[in-house]
Design a binder for this molecule. Structure first.
Ligand code: C2E
Ligand code: CA
Ligand code: CA
Ligand code: CA
Length: 277
């Protein structure tokens, strides 16, 4: 029986098994990550493309796992979405980011926007508008300093519900931006119906603007589109001076990327604010 057991053990595909265990552990861990205070919000500055002035920040979640170390959102956000854990996690991020932004305002730094990512799952859940209202009331942050980043994927679902929800948020004074613009199911008609303030050009287009004329054409067209619709336009993933000068020449408003700063913890972000005063 012992031998058989050993043989049976060998029979399993070890890598598949490992993945299953890892996933399960990750899922269990994620369930408690919020209460155990293992989640951290990093902030990446958004800067004016001409002056380099910090105009705002994007809140990006990280998981400080006790064994695995710093886990990137790319590794756990999809899992959080599948399991529905994205709802409490997303609310925690929004609350933390709003409180932090208010704390910086109270410390005397110039008021800035904080952008928070909303997953489609969070968006579709009833009660989102109420939660946003509560978070703003609780943190005492004025609504115009909160920006919610949505992706084109939310428009895939119930369009009437999407429009109604966005209008409620917009009427509250919260700003709305479309993240990863151009990568999703682009229908230009929703730009007309949705109360949007900002377009964020996806980094996949930005990455190759100086080497691929096709990408360059997309980027300049999106900037032009945004200008004509009176929307603010932000380029994501700017890593080189060449990309920056291209975007500046084509009158993009703001940029976000490693060239200026990676996402950093709150205390490091504050150092950036101090250095810029
Ligand atoms: P995203 O919203 O498109 O965020 C931008 C991502 O690009 C971030 O990755 C950021 O660190 C990275 N990035 C910024 N500048 C550069 C650059 O110059 N070069 C390169 N190569 N990358 C750059 P991160 O923080 O790993 O987040 C990945 C994705 O996870 C985010 O993409 C977003 O979709 C999701 N995410 C992060 N935090 C949250 C959250 O609190 N809630 C939800 N629902 N999703 C989140
Ligand atoms: Ca984003
Ligand atoms: Ca993005
Ligand atoms: Ca993205």
């Amino acid at each position: 029986a012992k031998d058989q057991g050993r043989n049976n053990y060998r029979f399993y595909a070890p890598t598949m098994n490992m993945r299953g265990i890892e996933r399960l552990e990750l899922e269990n861990g994620l369930r408690y990550a919020v209460e155990r205070n293992e989640l951290v919000v990093y902030y990446q500055p958004r800067v004016n493309i001409v002056t380099g002035q910090i105009m705002g920040m994007e809140a990006l979640v990280r998981w400080e796992h006790p064994q695995l170390g710093l886990v990137s959102p790319g590794q756990f956000i999809p899992l959080a979405e599948e399991t529905g854990l994205i709802v409490p996690i997303g609310e925690w991020v929004m609350q933390t980011a709003c409180r932090q932004n208010k704390a910086w305002q109270e410390a005397g730094y110039p008021p800035m926007h904080v952008a928070v990512n909303l997953s489609a799952r969070q968006f579709q859940r009833p009660g989102l508008v109420e939660r946003v209202r509560e978070v703003l009331a609780e943190s005492n942050l004025e609504p115009q300093y909160l920006e919610l980043e949505i992706t084109e994927s939310i428009t895939m679902h119930d369009v009437d519900f999407t429009i109604a929800t966005l209008r409620e948020l917009s009427n509250m004074g919260v700003l709305i931006s479309i993240d990863d613009f151009g990568t999703g199911y682009s229908s230009l008609t929703y730009l007309k119906h949705f109360p949007i303030n900002t377009l964020k050009i996806d980094q996949s287009f930005v990455r190759e603007i100086t080497i691929d004329p096709y990408n360059a054409a997309i980027v300049t067209t999106v900037i032009y589109l945004a200008q004509n619709l009176k929307l603010k336009v932000i380029a994501e993933g700017v890593e080189t001076e060449e990309q920056l000068s291209y975007l500046r020449d084509h009158e993009c408003d703001e940029m976000q990327g490693y060239l200026f700063s990676r996402p950093v913890p709150a205390d490091e972000f504050e150092k950036l604010l101090k250095a810029r005063q």
